[in-house]
Design a protein. Structure first.
Length: 509
């Protein structure tokens, strides 16, 4: 006898706050993310503000972008910030050896990035060069950005046209130090992270959260080594963590091996389920890395920052393989919902996350057509739009019952429904994903602890698993009002179409 899946939610028992910063973004000097994505130059026919594309800014402001990571990625550990300041015509060129082996003219540098963040209303997350840079170079960059008096770097900033310092809350200490950021051993990097963090100084009223380059996937030794390097964090519950206050984690989802990651739009149903199972694996990674951190940091002073995540497919045919351009389908959108559910569940440790990447690269929010200049919002963008209500809300535990599962070769069994929820004042947002490729499903929301006096719902789905948006049809995958929510003796009953994402916004009494 089949039973109806149920989600039990105690609306009066919020847990940790879901930081809005888990909805962060990532912009690397890679392919057409910066040039042709964010940056078109003042002389472009595309509407722009000081060279920054207006429609891209407007689209990101509409989803309340909280922070933006720059300049990389692997590019960060080849980037020397002084090459990107001063008159653009006088800036030296460099080779972007990681991404396409193209020549970079440094037209988009520190001032342009900070201008972009101000236009977006987003906090800057600057990744410093540890791989090929120096401690002095990094320290002077912090001073240049954030010091207010007549110090040498503050004077240089003013000479380049910016009088007041910027606020920079997030500072990355290297990137993928185990790989493109230096091929270092964990013990080597732990010492460097402590050293560089010491010289990334708080200037005036600007306080940095220093984020050490952390592990890839299930490298728990890397996390253990970084945490051990911080000494005894348990002795004094009130003492701040130092010299760095967070460490990162990178995890990408693909349906195949690294050498053949799978196609963005041409995939089988088996590949759909394998992708979902691999995306859901992020919850295990967060649990196990957090457990390692808890052993050294029971008071949870040190944050975990998932500053690269998302799908990584084989590049689109006919595009530069070093530019990592890929389409974005309904499948990508549901990969995003699974990650965001996991971030919500681990809100007590996961303080920030950055999907890779914002424009034209990997699991992008936005695609810009190189020929027509048209802007396309991806299915993943719409997930972020539907989830704005979770920003800085209290996480609610969701107890799922009677959810069917599917066996996936090489992976843990996949529950076919995923959910998360949050509460803020007199509103609550419930997120529900039906991962079943073929079957519609009904779910009961067993809502306890507070009265529900109203509700609205939205749904994101499409006729096919590979549906995606293009300049010719930019609304093939877009959210619509969802009428499939009804009163139920326990709360509400929600229809979940096959391969869909549904959000239910509750008004609470």
């Amino acid at each position: 006898m089949s039973t109806t899946p149920t989600a039990v939610i105690d609306l009066d028992l919020p847990g940790a706050t879901i930081s809005r910063h888990v909805y962060g973004h990532f912009a690397e000097h890679l392919g057409r993310c910066i040039y042709g994505g964010f940056w078109v130059g003042e002389d472009s026919a595309k509407p722009n503000v000081r060279g920054i594309r207006t429609d891209v800014v407007d689209a990101l402001r509409a989803i309340a972008i909280p922070n933006l990571r720059w300049p990389g990625g692997c590019f960060a550990d080849d980037y020397h910030w002084r090459d990107g300041i001063g008159p653009r015509e006088a800036r030296p060129r460099m080779v972007n050896s990681h991404w396409g082996d193209v020549v970079e003219d440094n037209a988009f540098g520190t001032h342009e990035f900070m201008d972009l963040c101000e236009l977006l209303g987003a906090d800057p997350y600057v990744s410093a060069n540890i791989g090929s840079g120096t401690v002095r170079e990094m320290s002077e960059w912090v001073e240049y950005l954030t010091r207010a008096d007549d110090s040498p770097m503050a004077d240089l900033r003013r000479a380049n046209g910016r009088q007041e310092p910027w606020r920079v809350p997030f500072w990355g200490l290297g990137n993928e130090a185990w790989g493109c950021g230096g091929n270092l051993r964990a013990e080597q990097f732990a010492s460097l992270a402590r050293q560089y963090a010491t010289y990334a100084r708080n200037q005036g009223g600007n306080t940095l959260t220093r984020i050490a380059a952390g592990a890839s996937d299930a490298d728990y030794h890397w996390t253990e080594t970084l945490m051990r390097s911080l000494g005894d964090l348990a002795a004094d519950p009130t003492a701040p963590a130092g010299p760095f206050q967070a460490l990162s984690l990178h995890y990408y989802t693909m349906s195949g091996p690294w050498s053949d990651k799978g196609d963005a739009t041409d995939f089988t149903t088996d590949e759909w389920y394998r992708t979902m199972a691999r995306a859901r694996y992020v919850d295990e990674l967060l649990t196990r890395h957090s457990t390692v951190m808890d052993r050294h940091d029971p008071h949870r002073k040190v944050g975990l920052v998932v500053d690269e995540w998302g799908t990584w497919w084989n590049v689109e045919k006919g595009t530069n393989p070093g530019f990592l351009y890929q389409q974005n389908t309904l499948r990508d959108a549901l990969v995003a919902t699974l990650h965001l559910d996991a971030f919500h569940a681990h809100a007590d440790r996961v303080v920030m996350a950055n999907i890779a990447q914002t424009v034209n690269v990997l699991q992008a929010m936005i695609l810009t057509d190189p020929d027509t200049g048209a802007l396309v919002l991806t299915p993943t963008y719409h997930v972020f739009a539907m989830n704005v209500g979770h920003h800085d809300a209290g996480a609610l535990t969701v107890h799922l019952r009677d959810v069917p599962t599917r066996q996936v070769e090489g992976c843990a069994d996949l529950p076919l429904v995923s959910a998360s929820a949050s509460v803020k004042d007199d509103t609550s947002l419930v997120s529900l994903s039906n991962l079943d490729a073929d079957a519609d499903r009904t779910l009961v929301l067993d809502l306890r602890g507070r009265d529900v006096v109203g509700h609205t719902a939205r749904v994101l789905t499409a006729a096919t698993l590979d549906a995606h948006n293009t300049p010719e049809r930019d609304d093939a995958v877009a959210p619509t009002a969802h009428a499939g929510v009804r009163a139920h003796p326990r709360g509400l009953e929600v229809d979940l179409p096959a391969h869909s994402y549904v959000t239910v916004a509750l008004e609470l009494g």
